[in-house]
Design a protein around this ligand. Structure first.
Ligand code: HEC
Length: 467
């Protein structure tokens, strides 16, 4: 920077010291145009001229004031008596009250003010009444392969190609086979597109972890370096709506499932190309995650599956709970040997759900488009990122999407994957040192890693067509 420019910058900053947050925002963006633009752009590719459909807009006006404790009238599930530490020598939890009430209360919060039919034209409302209720994580529209598309801001999480692991392994949530109505598995792979939203407790933590210029910030938590705004406070609610490229013709229980447009990868035979084209995808799964300090991991994850055969007036009535999970069951195979394994106590599954479900590894929770060798919290428990400014490589972060022998044998890998950690603990095993804990948020992991990619290489990893 020239001397004059730097004097000007200093003067500008000084003048802005007392200015509004919005003015500071603008100034920050002007000072670091690329960083802030890339962090807060809504989509990888903007809507083409003449596009008349819904257009996604990133909600990133994160609250700057601590929202405080969540009132009991709002976070009603926190007021429900549940026991997340059932005696291990006693019976495993079974579906019904209070678990079904717990997830129903979370759903009531999530659906408040949303369209009854979940119509494509309406999309997801981030503002409900006068409240800025839902927010998005930045840096998720940088990667051309899986980054946000312009219609509804959906992402596709395909991080490795299927052929790397063999055709029979469902690797991650970007591509999966589905169970058909008769319980058999489809012979083709479908893409999953999804978007996630954080309520204002979550958003407060996001805004303190990534500044308005798009740069991740670190702080200190009991002597450990962590993202400045983490852990997520109690009151945090995260939801994620997952859509599949399968249709009700492929999978009959998708009947009447809301069809949303998405700028998805063009499919040619069994190849998914980089080229994108708007097509319909159907709602199949709704995930929720809440911070509840009574849980041994501080988190409770839950999921719903679409069931078009269920009677009900609104789309929300047809989302049936699959179960809840508050830990990865380190006492249960394959974290331990079969001979020492007890039935899973930290997942509770709705086995009478009415649609075929594969659930997760050994009665842990996973949803219809999830890897059945995995589970919500075991995958999310790998939410760590390299130090700020460094890109991720396949070996620097835990292998959340799969590894040899996943869920099959009692091994070190499985013991690590199915263990419980609590913020700010490092990943179990010690081989991943110096990583920052994302407090289970894999979207925050994407954000920190995409910033690292940008900082280190100045450009995202190029898209490559894959099987
Ligand atoms: C094999 C890995 C994997 C499994 C299993 C998995 N997820 Fe995720 N999930 C991800 C990834 C990757 C993201 C972030 C990328 C994105 O949203 O595009 C994510 C995002 C989310 C989010 C948005 C907030 C966040 O933490 O990033 C929620 C909520 C969520 N998942 C809930 C669930 C629930 C509930 C289950 C189980 C029913 C589950 N997930 C199972 C990989 C997984």
């Amino acid at each position: 920077m020239s001397k004059t420019a730097s004097v000007l910058t200093t003067t500008l900053l000084a003048a802005l010291a007392g200015a509004s947050a919005q003015a500071q925002d603008r100034a920050a963006a002007e000072l670091r145009p690329d960083t802030a633009t890339f962090a807060y752009q809504s989509a990888v590719v903007p809507a083409p001229p003449g596009w008349k459909g819904p257009t996604f807009k990133l909600a990133h006006d994160y609250p700057s004031k601590d929202p405080g404790a969540c009132p009991k009238s709002e976070c009603t599930w926190l007021d429900l008596h549940v026991d997340f530490t059932l005696p291990l020598n006693g019976p495993a939890p079974t579906w019904g009250a209070p678990w079904s009430d717990y997830i129903a209360r979370v759903l009531d919060y999530v659906k408040k003010g949303q369209d009854e039919a979940l119509r494509n034209e309406i999309g997801w409302k981030t503002t409900v009444g006068s409240e800025n209720r839902w927010f998005h994580v930045p840096w998720m529209a940088y990667d051309p392969t899986r980054g946000r598309e312009y219609v509804h801001g959906m992402t596709n999480e395909r991080t490795a190609t299927l052929s790397d692991f063999g055709e029979d392994v469902e690797l991650d949530r970007g591509v999966s086979k589905l169970l058909l109505a008769d319980g058999s598995e489809s012979n083709q792979f479908f893409e999953t597109w999804a978007f996630g939203i954080y309520n204002r407790w979550g958003a407060y933590a996001i805004g303190r972890s990534i500044d308005r210029g798009g740069v991740p910030q670190t702080g200190n938590y009991g002597g450990v370096a962590v993202p400045a705004g983490l852990p997520f406070p109690e009151g945090t609610v995260v939801a994620k709506l997952l859509f599949t490229t399968a249709t009700p013709k492929d999978v009959s229980y998708l009947k009447d499932s809301p069809a949303w447009q998405t700028d998805r990868h063009v499919q040619k035979g069994d190849m998914f190309l980089c080229e994108r084209k708007v097509a319909d995808v159907h709602l199949i799964q709704l995930d929720v995650a809440v911070v509840d300090s009574r849980s041994p991991t501080r988190w409770v994850f839950g999921t719903f599956a679409w069931n078009g055969n269920k009677p009900g007036k609104s789309a929300w009535d047809k989302l049936e709970p699959v179960g809840l999970q508050w830990g990865s069951d380190p006492w249960t195979f394959p974290a331990v040997a079969q001979s020492g394994s007890i039935p899973a106590h930290e997942s509770v599954l709705n086995k009478a759900i009415g649609t075929p479900q594969h659930f997760g590894c050994n009665d842990r929770l996973a949803g219809p488009v999830d890897n059945k060798l995995s589970s919500c919290l075991s995958c999310h428990g790998g939410g760590y990122a390299p130090p700020v400014g460094l890109a991720a490589t396949p070996t620097t972060t835990p292998p959340i999407f799969g590894y040899a022998g996943q869920c099959a044998v009692n091994s070190v890998d499985n013991a690590q994957y199915f263990s419980n950690t609590q913020f700010p603990m490092a990943y179990t095993g010690g081989q991943y040192s110096n990583l920052l804990s994302m407090d289970t948020s894999l979207q925050m992991q994407v954000a920190f890693e995409q910033y690292g990619q940008y900082k280190q290489y100045g450009q995202p990893v190029a898209c490559k067509a894959s099987k």
